[in-house]
Design a protein around this ligand. Structure first.
Ligand code: 5GP
Length: 101
């Protein structure tokens, strides 16, 4: 499903993209400004990422979280990722939730 967003075949409010990483607004935000950050390549869970891919995605998180915090004047940002059905994952393309608080 998120691959369709990466490919431009499904709509999304994209806030950041580069060759390896995409960030877009969650369609059902738990709080206003809820953003999802994903690897552009399809990787179901965190253990499917190679080290270089992992580094490419992770190195964007500080700036994205900082920009989000400023954009909605939040006090804080919760960052989490559910990996595996038993953890509550519902979309099986790795994603990090950035939720302003
Ligand atoms: P999970 O439970 O897998 O960690 O969370 C999946 C998240 O993806 C949920 O917060 C849900 O609202 C969001 N989501 C599911 N489908 C779509 C979609 O098609 N577009 C966008 N932008 N977000 C989605």
């Amino acid at each position: 499903m998120f691959c369709a967003i990466v490919a431009g075949r499904a709509p999304a409010s994209i806030v950041y993209r580069d060759r390896t990483t995409l960030a877009f607004m969650d369609v059902n935000p738990v709080r206003p400004g809820h953003v999802l950050v994903i690897p552009a390549a399809h990787r179901a869970q965190i253990w499917d990422l190679g080290e270089a891919e992992s580094a490419a995605v992770y190195r964007r998180l500080p700036a994205l979280a900082s920009a989000l915090k400023a954009a909605v004047a939040a006090d804080a940002v919760t960052i989490f990722s559910l990996n595996g059905r038993a953890a509550g994952q519902t979309v099986f393309h790795l994603h990090f939730h950035l939720v302003p608080v």
